[in-house]
Design a protein around this ligand. Structure first.
Ligand SMILES: Cc1ncc(COP(=O)(O)O)c(C=O)c1O
Length: 456
């Protein structure tokens, strides 16, 4: 049996390339590998900020917050002059995540012949194993037991596992918002087309408040309603739904709640017990800063016997471990799960409450500043109960796409345009006050230039 060795990536790559260089004359190498001397390691040297558990943030002592967040930024490999604000699509992974993944990949490729397939020994892939320790860690993030959590590739897969797995048929109704993300909505559309369920699409008001959103779902409910499918935080408009109130009302009526946490897991402190939802799914590669292709699905114990497995393999009918029976995807990368594990460690070291407090504070600073700028408007809700780390905003006379590109061109600020709604700016722990202030100054200049262009 083998144990992973720590690898110096820099040394390994250089050695690897040197060997390739020696072979170069005889072997046709891929383009990128041929120019040995021009090759540069894209990753800076590993940053260890001290503490016995190198690679994890050290929790600050009282009053040391500013320093803590400055140091935390050092864990990320995004160049210092680039301000990345798009965790809503993909979060930036800290270096410790990259190290865990790449080291494991190297270990697998180097030591594969040592694998003896003995179930008591180390395995080199995943897909056939319950991965309980990892699910337990995920459970700690959302307050769930390991066996109630399934690992998935992303939020889309979670949505599909729930919609496909429920026995719903002709006449059964599902309520959901018409502006839900495709990764929140389409599995229900498929169910509608294939099995004849009826989708009641509700239209959220332009300037919503929590009561209005609860009323929206209640008004659309009939005696045939079986499910409320709720986007916890909407992707394009940054509307935060009052999920606790919605889950409580739904339960009182015997309706299941399926909550899409793609924009909230790792962003807001999530407690699925307190929320009272029947299912909650999310991608981990967004706000949890995990590798691409990771996510999870939580299913409440009481719902589990009613939820069929969609992907079947060896353990498809393991009723004692629903999380595992929902993970029957066949062979998959264990290296990616090593990265997920490191991302969860990183998140837990900082703490969900601390993350939420920080990102909302940064976003508040942004929203306050934007509201003071001429010809700039905040499009996402400013209701106190709906504040999050995400803000959608616009500049008069510019399309969201033009604003997105202008922010990058003028300020190296990466946000994402959202159709006609505005640009979405997601503040995360690797962002700082200076980057928010740079956004405000850049927005001021962009708005002035847009006005001058229109007048001229
Ligand atoms: C609210 C919401 N749900 C679902 C998804 C789908 O996520 P993924 O593509 O990671 O499955 C997204 C992606 O942005 C989203 O914002």
């Amino acid at each position: 049996m083998t144990t992973p060795r720590t690898i110096s990536l820099r040394a390994t790559r250089r050695g690897f390339l040197a060997q390739l260089g020696a072979l170069g004359a005889a072997v046709a190498l891929p383009r990128g590998l041929r120019a040995d001397t021009a090759w540069r390691d894209p990753l800076p040297a590993t940053v260890h900020l001290g503490g016995a558990r190198s690679g994890l943030p050290r929790v600050p002592t009282a009053g040391a917050d500013a320093r803590f967040w400055r140091e935390l930024r050092e864990h990320f490999v995004i160049p210092r002059d680039e301000a990345f604000f798009n965790a809503g699509t993909l979060g930036a992974s800290p270096r410790v995540v990259l190290d865990a993944m790449i080291e494991h990949l190297m270990h697998v490729e180097r030591d594969l012949a040592h694998w003896d397939y003995d179930p008591a020994h180390e395995q080199f892939y995943t897909g056939y194993y319950p991965e309980l320790a990892l699910r337990e860690k995920l459970g700690r993030v959302i307050h769930a037991a390991a066996r109630d959590v399934a690992l998935t590739a992303n939020a889309t897969m979670g949505m599909n596992l729930v919609a496909a797995g429920l026995d719903l048929g002709v006449g059964d109704e599902v309520v959901l918002a018409e502006d839900s993300h495709v990764g929140s909505r389409t599995a229900w559309e498929l169910k509608d087309k294939r099995h004849g369920i009826y989708l009641r699409l509700v239209k959220p008001p332009a300037d919503p408040d929590p009561d209005a959103l609860v009323a929206l779902f209640e008004r659309a409910t009939t005696p045939r309603t079986r499910v409320w499918a709720i986007e916890h935080l909407t992707s394009a408009t940054a509307v935060r739904y009052p999920v606790e109130a919605l889950c409580q009302r739904a339960r009182a009526r015997g309706i299941l709640t399926v909550v899409d946490g793609a924009q909230t897991a790792g962003h807001l402190a999530v407690d699925v017990q307190a929320m009272g939802c029947d299912a909650y799914f999310a991608s981990a590669h967004k706000w949890l800063l995990a590798p691409v292709g990771t996510g999870f699905l939580y299913v409440r114990r009481e719902l589990q016997p009613r939820l069929w497995t969609t992907l079947a393999s060896q353990h498809w009918d393991d009723q004692a471990d629903t999380g595992f029976r929902l993970m029957q995807q066949g062979t998959a990368s264990l290296s990616v799960l090593k990265g997920l594990d490191a991302a969860l460690e990183f998140h837990l070291a900082v703490g969900s409450a601390r993350v939420e407090e920080r990102v909302v504070a940064l976003a508040d600073r942004l929203r306050t500043g934007l509201a003071e700028l001429p010809r700039v408007s905040v499009a996402s809700p400013i209701h106190p109960a709906m504040r999050t780390g995400t803000t959608v905003w616009t500049v008069e006379g510019l399309t969201p796409r033009q604003l997105q590109d202008a922010l990058w061109a003028r300020g190296r600020i990466r946000v994402r345009s959202q159709g006609t709604t505005g640009v979405r700016q997601c503040c995360h722990v690797y962002n700082g006050e200076a980057e928010v202030d740079r956004t405000l100054e850049t927005a001021r200049r962009i708005a002035a230039a847009a006005r001058a262009a229109r007048m001229g």
